[in-house]
Design a protein around this ligand. Structure first.
Ligand code: COA
Length: 431
Protein backbone atom coordinates (compact mmCIF):
# COMPACT_ATOMS: atom_id res chain seq x y z
CA UNK A 1 0.00 0.00 0.00
CA UNK A 2 1.44 3.43 -0.82
CA UNK A 3 1.89 6.07 1.82
CA UNK A 4 -1.14 8.14 0.72
CA UNK A 5 -3.46 5.14 1.05
CA UNK A 6 -1.98 4.25 4.43
CA UNK A 7 -2.34 7.82 5.62
CA UNK A 8 -5.96 8.23 4.56
CA UNK A 9 -6.96 4.76 5.75
CA UNK A 10 -5.63 5.49 9.25
CA UNK A 11 -6.94 9.05 9.52
CA UNK A 12 -9.51 9.52 12.30
CA UNK A 13 -10.75 12.34 14.53
CA UNK A 14 -9.24 12.78 18.01
CA UNK A 15 -12.51 11.54 19.50
CA UNK A 16 -12.29 8.34 17.49
CA UNK A 17 -8.62 7.85 18.31
CA UNK A 18 -9.10 7.99 22.09
CA UNK A 19 -11.46 5.02 21.88
CA UNK A 20 -8.33 2.87 21.43
CA UNK A 21 -7.36 3.71 25.03
CA UNK A 22 -8.58 1.14 27.56
CA UNK A 23 -9.14 1.51 31.28
CA UNK A 24 -5.96 0.74 33.20
CA UNK A 25 -3.69 1.66 30.28
CA UNK A 26 -0.40 3.50 30.64
CA UNK A 27 -0.43 6.23 28.01
CA UNK A 28 2.90 7.81 27.12
CA UNK A 29 2.78 11.33 25.67
CA UNK A 30 5.66 12.83 23.74
CA UNK A 31 7.04 15.81 25.64
CA UNK A 32 8.27 19.40 25.51
CA UNK A 33 7.35 21.24 22.32
CA UNK A 34 6.20 17.90 20.89
CA UNK A 35 3.51 17.39 23.51
CA UNK A 36 0.27 16.21 21.85
CA UNK A 37 -2.56 18.71 21.96
CA UNK A 38 -5.84 17.60 20.40
CA UNK A 39 -5.82 14.00 21.69
CA UNK A 40 -5.35 15.05 25.37
CA UNK A 41 -8.21 17.51 24.89
CA UNK A 42 -10.47 14.71 23.62
CA UNK A 43 -9.42 12.53 26.57
CA UNK A 44 -10.22 15.29 29.05
CA UNK A 45 -13.58 15.89 27.37
CA UNK A 46 -14.48 12.23 27.78
CA UNK A 47 -12.87 11.83 31.22
CA UNK A 48 -16.02 10.27 32.70
CA UNK A 49 -15.63 7.30 30.33
CA UNK A 50 -12.14 6.45 31.63
CA UNK A 51 -10.79 4.89 34.84
CA UNK A 52 -7.22 4.40 36.06
CA UNK A 53 -5.39 5.79 33.05
CA UNK A 54 -1.77 6.63 33.78
CA UNK A 55 -0.39 9.48 31.71
CA UNK A 56 3.41 9.41 31.58
CA UNK A 57 5.68 12.09 30.18
CA UNK A 58 8.62 14.35 30.96
CA UNK A 59 8.26 18.12 30.55
CA UNK A 60 4.94 19.66 29.55
CA UNK A 61 4.88 23.44 29.13
CA UNK A 62 1.75 25.31 30.33
CA UNK A 63 -1.25 24.18 32.40
CA UNK A 64 -2.12 20.46 32.66
CA UNK A 65 -5.84 19.67 32.88
CA UNK A 66 -5.57 15.93 33.75
CA UNK A 67 -3.95 16.72 37.11
CA UNK A 68 -6.80 19.00 38.24
CA UNK A 69 -8.78 18.12 41.36
CA UNK A 70 -11.60 15.75 40.49
CA UNK A 71 -9.62 13.93 37.75
CA UNK A 72 -8.21 11.34 40.19
CA UNK A 73 -10.62 8.47 39.36
CA UNK A 74 -9.90 8.89 35.66
CA UNK A 75 -6.28 9.94 35.17
CA UNK A 76 -3.07 9.91 37.15
CA UNK A 77 -0.01 11.68 35.79
CA UNK A 78 3.38 10.05 36.29
CA UNK A 79 6.12 12.60 35.70
CA UNK A 80 9.71 11.72 34.94
CA UNK A 81 10.32 15.49 35.25
CA UNK A 82 7.84 17.65 37.15
CA UNK A 83 6.57 20.52 34.99
CA UNK A 84 5.32 23.79 36.54
CA UNK A 85 1.75 22.74 35.75
CA UNK A 86 2.11 19.49 37.74
CA UNK A 87 3.99 20.73 40.84
CA UNK A 88 0.96 21.41 42.93
CA UNK A 89 -0.65 18.07 41.98
CA UNK A 90 2.52 16.11 42.83
CA UNK A 91 2.71 17.89 46.21
CA UNK A 92 -0.97 17.11 46.86
CA UNK A 93 -0.51 13.44 45.88
CA UNK A 94 -2.74 13.63 42.83
CA UNK A 95 0.27 12.89 40.58
CA UNK A 96 3.57 11.04 40.94
CA UNK A 97 7.23 11.66 40.29
CA UNK A 98 9.46 8.83 39.08
CA UNK A 99 13.19 9.41 39.73
CA UNK A 100 15.36 8.46 36.76
CA UNK A 101 18.20 9.52 34.51
CA UNK A 102 16.68 10.82 31.28
CA UNK A 103 18.86 8.57 29.10
CA UNK A 104 17.33 5.48 30.72
CA UNK A 105 13.70 6.21 29.77
CA UNK A 106 13.80 4.51 26.31
CA UNK A 107 15.36 1.43 27.97
CA UNK A 108 12.48 1.35 30.47
CA UNK A 109 10.01 1.22 27.57
CA UNK A 110 11.88 -1.27 25.41
CA UNK A 111 12.68 -3.67 28.25
CA UNK A 112 9.11 -3.65 29.53
CA UNK A 113 10.22 -2.25 32.90
CA UNK A 114 7.70 0.46 32.14
CA UNK A 115 4.93 -1.08 30.02
CA UNK A 116 3.65 1.23 27.28
CA UNK A 117 0.08 0.56 26.21
CA UNK A 118 -0.55 3.60 24.08
CA UNK A 119 1.88 6.20 22.70
CA UNK A 120 0.34 9.56 21.85
CA UNK A 121 2.76 11.61 19.81
CA UNK A 122 2.88 14.67 17.58
CA UNK A 123 4.60 14.61 14.18
CA UNK A 124 4.90 16.59 10.96
CA UNK A 125 3.03 15.58 7.80
CA UNK A 126 4.86 12.79 5.92
CA UNK A 127 7.47 13.48 3.24
CA UNK A 128 7.34 11.88 -0.20
CA UNK A 129 8.70 8.62 1.26
CA UNK A 130 6.17 8.54 4.09
CA UNK A 131 8.43 9.71 6.94
CA UNK A 132 6.97 12.09 9.54
CA UNK A 133 9.39 14.20 11.61
CA UNK A 134 9.26 14.33 15.42
CA UNK A 135 10.10 18.05 15.03
CA UNK A 136 11.72 19.58 18.13
CA UNK A 137 11.15 16.56 20.43
CA UNK A 138 13.00 13.38 19.45
CA UNK A 139 14.00 12.10 22.94
CA UNK A 140 12.02 8.92 23.82
CA UNK A 141 9.29 9.02 21.14
CA UNK A 142 10.56 6.25 18.85
CA UNK A 143 11.11 3.94 21.84
CA UNK A 144 7.58 4.63 23.14
CA UNK A 145 6.15 3.85 19.68
CA UNK A 146 8.20 0.65 19.37
CA UNK A 147 6.90 -0.59 22.73
CA UNK A 148 3.27 0.51 22.46
CA UNK A 149 0.22 -1.63 21.66
CA UNK A 150 -1.23 1.37 19.81
CA UNK A 151 0.36 4.52 18.38
CA UNK A 152 -1.83 7.61 18.01
CA UNK A 153 -0.12 10.41 16.09
CA UNK A 154 -1.30 13.97 15.80
CA UNK A 155 -0.09 15.03 12.38
CA UNK A 156 0.32 18.74 12.83
CA UNK A 157 0.90 20.86 9.76
CA UNK A 158 2.67 23.44 11.98
CA UNK A 159 5.26 20.86 13.05
CA UNK A 160 8.63 21.63 11.42
CA UNK A 161 10.86 18.92 9.99
CA UNK A 162 14.15 18.88 11.90
CA UNK A 163 17.19 16.77 10.98
CA UNK A 164 18.91 13.84 12.67
CA UNK A 165 17.51 10.41 13.48
CA UNK A 166 14.21 12.12 14.04
CA UNK A 167 11.40 10.59 12.04
CA UNK A 168 8.93 7.73 11.92
CA UNK A 169 7.25 6.05 8.96
CA UNK A 170 3.47 6.37 8.57
CA UNK A 171 3.22 2.58 8.57
CA UNK A 172 4.13 2.69 12.30
CA UNK A 173 1.19 4.96 13.14
CA UNK A 174 -2.06 3.14 13.99
CA UNK A 175 -4.20 6.26 14.13
CA UNK A 176 -3.50 9.53 12.36
CA UNK A 177 -5.20 12.64 13.72
CA UNK A 178 -4.63 15.64 11.43
CA UNK A 179 -4.40 19.03 13.18
CA UNK A 180 -3.02 22.51 12.80
CA UNK A 181 -1.77 23.88 16.11
CA UNK A 182 1.09 26.24 17.01
CA UNK A 183 3.75 24.42 19.03
CA UNK A 184 4.09 25.25 22.72
CA UNK A 185 6.73 27.91 23.36
CA UNK A 186 8.83 28.60 26.44
CA UNK A 187 9.45 32.26 27.28
CA UNK A 188 13.12 33.27 27.46
CA UNK A 189 14.56 33.13 30.98
CA UNK A 190 14.77 36.42 32.87
CA UNK A 191 18.39 37.18 33.68
CA UNK A 192 19.81 40.04 35.75
CA UNK A 193 23.14 41.27 37.09
CA UNK A 194 23.74 38.19 39.25
CA UNK A 195 23.28 35.80 36.32
CA UNK A 196 25.54 38.01 34.18
CA UNK A 197 28.38 37.76 36.71
CA UNK A 198 27.85 33.99 36.97
CA UNK A 199 27.92 33.80 33.18
CA UNK A 200 31.31 35.57 33.13
CA UNK A 201 32.79 33.14 35.68
CA UNK A 202 31.52 30.18 33.69
CA UNK A 203 32.96 31.64 30.49
CA UNK A 204 36.40 31.63 32.19
CA UNK A 205 36.10 27.85 32.43
CA UNK A 206 35.18 27.37 28.76
CA UNK A 207 38.10 27.10 26.35
CA UNK A 208 38.00 27.61 22.60
CA UNK A 209 37.08 24.30 20.93
CA UNK A 210 34.92 23.13 23.86
CA UNK A 211 31.71 21.19 23.27
CA UNK A 212 28.88 22.44 25.46
CA UNK A 213 25.85 21.01 27.18
CA UNK A 214 23.44 23.64 28.42
CA UNK A 215 20.97 22.76 31.15
CA UNK A 216 17.58 24.18 31.91
CA UNK A 217 16.81 27.49 33.67
CA UNK A 218 18.12 31.06 33.62
CA UNK A 219 21.85 30.37 34.06
CA UNK A 220 22.64 28.57 30.78
CA UNK A 221 21.18 31.51 28.84
CA UNK A 222 23.28 33.96 30.83
CA UNK A 223 26.41 31.89 30.11
CA UNK A 224 25.72 31.98 26.37
CA UNK A 225 25.64 35.79 26.45
CA UNK A 226 29.24 35.72 27.73
CA UNK A 227 30.64 33.49 25.00
CA UNK A 228 30.63 35.87 22.04
CA UNK A 229 34.45 36.19 22.05
CA UNK A 230 35.07 32.40 22.01
CA UNK A 231 35.96 30.36 18.95
CA UNK A 232 34.96 27.00 17.49
CA UNK A 233 32.53 25.90 20.18
CA UNK A 234 30.37 22.83 19.65
CA UNK A 235 27.03 21.61 20.97
CA UNK A 236 26.21 18.15 22.31
CA UNK A 237 23.35 18.79 24.67
CA UNK A 238 20.09 17.34 25.89
CA UNK A 239 18.24 20.51 24.89
CA UNK A 240 18.86 23.98 23.63
CA UNK A 241 16.80 27.14 23.58
CA UNK A 242 16.90 30.45 21.66
CA UNK A 243 20.19 31.52 23.30
CA UNK A 244 22.31 29.47 20.89
CA UNK A 245 20.90 30.99 17.67
CA UNK A 246 22.95 34.16 17.90
CA UNK A 247 26.18 32.23 18.60
CA UNK A 248 25.58 29.86 15.68
CA UNK A 249 24.81 32.77 13.36
CA UNK A 250 28.02 34.56 14.47
CA UNK A 251 30.03 31.40 13.83
CA UNK A 252 31.10 31.11 17.49
CA UNK A 253 29.32 27.76 17.70
CA UNK A 254 30.37 25.92 14.53
CA UNK A 255 31.22 22.42 15.75
CA UNK A 256 34.48 22.54 13.79
CA UNK A 257 36.62 21.01 16.56
CA UNK A 258 34.08 18.47 17.78
CA UNK A 259 35.44 14.95 18.09
CA UNK A 260 31.99 13.38 17.65
CA UNK A 261 29.50 14.54 14.99
CA UNK A 262 31.90 17.19 13.75
CA UNK A 263 30.04 20.24 12.44
CA UNK A 264 26.67 19.15 13.85
CA UNK A 265 24.69 20.83 16.64
CA UNK A 266 23.47 17.72 18.46
CA UNK A 267 20.54 17.65 20.91
CA UNK A 268 17.59 15.45 21.80
CA UNK A 269 14.95 18.20 22.12
CA UNK A 270 14.52 21.93 21.65
CA UNK A 271 12.34 24.19 23.73
CA UNK A 272 12.03 27.90 23.08
CA UNK A 273 10.22 30.26 20.76
CA UNK A 274 8.77 29.76 17.31
CA UNK A 275 11.92 31.44 15.99
CA UNK A 276 13.97 28.57 17.44
CA UNK A 277 11.82 25.90 15.80
CA UNK A 278 11.98 27.71 12.44
CA UNK A 279 15.74 28.17 12.80
CA UNK A 280 16.25 24.47 13.56
CA UNK A 281 14.15 23.47 10.56
CA UNK A 282 16.28 25.53 8.19
CA UNK A 283 19.74 24.94 9.72
CA UNK A 284 21.09 21.71 8.20
CA UNK A 285 23.62 21.33 11.05
CA UNK A 286 20.93 20.87 13.73
CA UNK A 287 20.59 17.14 14.39
CA UNK A 288 18.28 15.56 16.97
CA UNK A 289 18.88 11.98 18.11
CA UNK A 290 17.11 9.76 20.67
CA UNK A 291 17.92 10.51 24.30
CA UNK A 292 19.33 7.03 25.00
CA UNK A 293 22.07 7.98 22.52
CA UNK A 294 22.55 11.74 23.06
CA UNK A 295 22.49 11.57 26.89
CA UNK A 296 24.40 8.31 27.29
CA UNK A 297 27.52 9.24 29.32
CA UNK A 298 29.54 6.79 27.16
CA UNK A 299 28.53 8.77 24.07
CA UNK A 300 28.93 12.19 25.71
CA UNK A 301 32.50 11.33 26.77
CA UNK A 302 33.53 10.88 23.13
CA UNK A 303 33.38 14.65 22.85
CA UNK A 304 36.77 15.89 23.99
CA UNK A 305 36.73 19.14 26.03
CA UNK A 306 33.09 18.48 26.95
CA UNK A 307 31.76 21.13 29.34
CA UNK A 308 28.39 20.65 31.00
CA UNK A 309 26.66 23.69 32.49
CA UNK A 310 23.75 23.04 34.80
CA UNK A 311 21.99 24.82 37.60
CA UNK A 312 20.85 23.73 41.04
CA UNK A 313 18.83 24.74 44.08
CA UNK A 314 21.27 24.05 46.92
CA UNK A 315 24.74 22.62 47.55
CA UNK A 316 25.90 21.39 50.97
CA UNK A 317 29.37 21.81 52.39
CA UNK A 318 30.42 18.36 51.15
CA UNK A 319 29.44 19.28 47.60
CA UNK A 320 26.21 17.28 47.41
CA UNK A 321 23.99 19.00 44.87
CA UNK A 322 20.21 19.21 45.01
CA UNK A 323 18.79 20.43 41.72
CA UNK A 324 15.22 19.21 41.92
CA UNK A 325 13.54 19.45 45.33
CA UNK A 326 12.63 22.26 47.70
CA UNK A 327 12.62 20.31 50.93
CA UNK A 328 10.13 17.48 50.47
CA UNK A 329 8.51 19.10 47.43
CA UNK A 330 9.56 17.77 44.05
CA UNK A 331 10.23 20.97 42.05
CA UNK A 332 11.57 19.55 38.77
CA UNK A 333 13.58 16.37 38.15
CA UNK A 334 17.00 14.91 37.57
CA UNK A 335 16.55 15.21 33.80
CA UNK A 336 19.87 14.78 32.07
CA UNK A 337 21.96 16.59 34.65
CA UNK A 338 23.85 13.55 35.93
CA UNK A 339 24.14 12.04 32.43
CA UNK A 340 26.17 15.12 31.45
CA UNK A 341 28.08 15.56 34.71
CA UNK A 342 29.34 11.99 34.26
CA UNK A 343 29.88 12.23 30.50
CA UNK A 344 31.87 15.47 30.93
CA UNK A 345 33.95 14.00 33.72
CA UNK A 346 34.89 11.01 31.50
CA UNK A 347 35.69 13.24 28.52
CA UNK A 348 39.33 14.09 27.80
CA UNK A 349 39.75 17.69 28.97
CA UNK A 350 36.12 17.77 30.11
CA UNK A 351 34.59 19.52 33.11
CA UNK A 352 31.17 19.98 34.64
CA UNK A 353 29.89 23.24 36.05
CA UNK A 354 27.07 23.65 38.55
CA UNK A 355 26.13 27.33 38.54
CA UNK A 356 23.58 29.07 40.75
CA UNK A 357 22.93 32.44 42.39
CA UNK A 358 24.31 32.35 45.96
CA UNK A 359 20.84 33.03 47.44
CA UNK A 360 17.17 32.36 46.73
CA UNK A 361 13.81 33.77 47.85
CA UNK A 362 14.87 37.42 47.52
CA UNK A 363 18.19 36.95 49.28
CA UNK A 364 16.68 35.38 52.42
CA UNK A 365 18.00 31.84 51.83
CA UNK A 366 21.58 30.75 51.15
CA UNK A 367 21.91 28.11 48.46
CA UNK A 368 25.19 26.99 49.99
CA UNK A 369 24.06 25.19 53.13
CA UNK A 370 25.61 23.15 55.95
CA UNK A 371 23.08 20.36 55.29
CA UNK A 372 20.64 19.85 52.43
CA UNK A 373 17.07 20.69 53.46
CA UNK A 374 15.10 18.00 55.26
CA UNK A 375 13.77 15.63 52.59
CA UNK A 376 15.90 17.04 49.75
CA UNK A 377 17.20 14.74 47.01
CA UNK A 378 20.86 14.47 46.08
CA UNK A 379 20.83 14.96 42.32
CA UNK A 380 24.58 15.12 41.70
CA UNK A 381 26.61 13.28 44.31
CA UNK A 382 29.66 14.68 46.07
CA UNK A 383 31.79 12.21 44.12
CA UNK A 384 30.48 13.49 40.80
CA UNK A 385 30.52 17.24 41.43
CA UNK A 386 33.31 19.24 39.77
CA UNK A 387 33.02 23.08 39.61
CA UNK A 388 30.44 25.10 41.56
CA UNK A 389 29.97 28.72 40.50
CA UNK A 390 28.06 31.60 42.13
CA UNK A 391 28.28 35.35 41.57
CA UNK A 392 31.09 35.31 44.19
CA UNK A 393 33.40 33.02 42.27
CA UNK A 394 34.37 29.48 41.38
CA UNK A 395 34.87 26.52 43.75
CA UNK A 396 36.69 23.55 42.24
CA UNK A 397 35.73 20.47 44.27
CA UNK A 398 37.10 17.53 42.27
CA UNK A 399 39.95 15.77 44.11
CA UNK A 400 39.44 17.99 47.17
CA UNK A 401 38.96 16.83 50.76
CA UNK A 402 35.83 17.55 52.75
CA UNK A 403 37.67 20.32 54.60
CA UNK A 404 38.93 21.90 51.35
CA UNK A 405 35.50 21.67 49.75
CA UNK A 406 33.76 23.31 52.66
CA UNK A 407 36.31 26.14 52.69
CA UNK A 408 36.04 26.86 48.99
CA UNK A 409 32.24 26.68 49.02
CA UNK A 410 32.03 29.12 51.94
CA UNK A 411 34.26 31.50 49.97
CA UNK A 412 31.64 31.69 47.17
CA UNK A 413 28.58 31.88 49.50
CA UNK A 414 26.80 35.19 49.91
CA UNK A 415 28.77 37.29 52.46
CA UNK A 416 25.77 37.60 54.78
CA UNK A 417 25.70 33.79 55.24
CA UNK A 418 29.43 33.12 55.51
CA UNK A 419 29.66 33.57 59.28
CA UNK A 420 26.96 30.95 59.94
CA UNK A 421 28.64 28.56 57.49
CA UNK A 422 32.04 29.12 59.18
CA UNK A 423 30.52 28.17 62.55
CA UNK A 424 29.46 24.85 61.03
CA UNK A 425 32.91 24.47 59.44
CA UNK A 426 34.56 24.90 62.86
CA UNK A 427 32.18 22.41 64.49
CA UNK A 428 33.18 19.82 61.88
CA UNK A 429 36.81 20.56 61.18
CA UNK A 430 38.05 22.73 64.03
CA UNK A 431 39.65 26.06 63.19
N1 COA B 1 15.33 27.15 48.86
C1 COA B 1 14.07 27.57 48.61
N2 COA B 1 13.65 27.98 47.39
C2 COA B 1 14.56 27.96 46.41
C3 COA B 1 15.87 27.54 46.60
C4 COA B 1 16.26 27.13 47.89
N3 COA B 1 17.51 26.73 48.14
N4 COA B 1 16.54 27.65 45.43
C5 COA B 1 15.68 28.10 44.53
N5 COA B 1 14.47 28.31 45.11
C6 COA B 1 13.27 28.80 44.45
C7 COA B 1 13.58 30.10 43.73
O1 COA B 1 13.41 31.21 44.59
C8 COA B 1 12.55 30.07 42.61
O2 COA B 1 11.29 30.43 43.16
P1 COA B 1 10.26 31.33 42.28
O3 COA B 1 9.93 30.45 41.10
O4 COA B 1 9.14 31.54 43.23
O5 COA B 1 11.04 32.56 41.93
C9 COA B 1 12.46 28.59 42.28
O6 COA B 1 12.94 27.90 43.43
C10 COA B 1 13.32 28.19 41.07
O7 COA B 1 14.65 28.56 41.29
P2 COA B 1 15.57 29.10 40.09
O8 COA B 1 16.96 29.02 40.55
O9 COA B 1 15.05 30.40 39.60
O10 COA B 1 15.26 28.01 38.97
P3 COA B 1 15.67 27.93 37.44
O11 COA B 1 14.46 28.17 36.64
O12 COA B 1 16.89 28.72 37.13
O13 COA B 1 16.01 26.37 37.34
C11 COA B 1 16.73 24.32 38.38
C12 COA B 1 17.01 25.80 38.17
C13 COA B 1 17.85 23.78 39.24
C14 COA B 1 15.38 24.11 39.06
C15 COA B 1 16.72 23.62 36.98
O14 COA B 1 17.95 23.83 36.36
C16 COA B 1 16.47 22.12 37.09
O15 COA B 1 15.35 21.69 37.18
N6 COA B 1 17.55 21.32 37.06
C17 COA B 1 17.48 19.85 37.15
C18 COA B 1 17.47 19.19 35.80
C19 COA B 1 18.65 19.55 34.96
O16 COA B 1 19.63 20.12 35.41
N7 COA B 1 18.60 19.19 33.71
C20 COA B 1 19.74 19.46 32.85
C21 COA B 1 19.66 18.85 31.55
S1 COA B 1 18.58 19.82 30.50
Amino acid sequence: MDRNDLFSQRTVSAEEAVRAIRNGDRVVFSQGAGIPQVVPEALAKHSEEYADIEIFHMLRPGPIDYVAEGMEPHFRHCAAFVSGGAREAVAANRADYMPCFFFEVPHFFRSGLLRVDVAVIQVSPPDADGFCSFGPACDYVQAACDAARVVIAEVNDCMPRIGGDNSIHVSQLDYVVPCSRALPEAPPAVTGRVEEVIGRFCAQLIEDGATLQLGIGAIPDAVLHCLTEKNDLGLHTEMFADGVIDLIERGVINGRRKTLHRGLHVATFLLGSRRLYEFAATCPAVALYPVDYVNDPCVIMKNERMVSINSCLEVDLMGQVNSETIGLRQFSGTGGQVDYVRGASLSRGGKSIMAMPSTAVHGTVSRIVPFLSHGAAVTTSRNDVDYVVTEYGIAHLKAKTLRERARSLIAIAHPSFREGLMEEFERRFGT
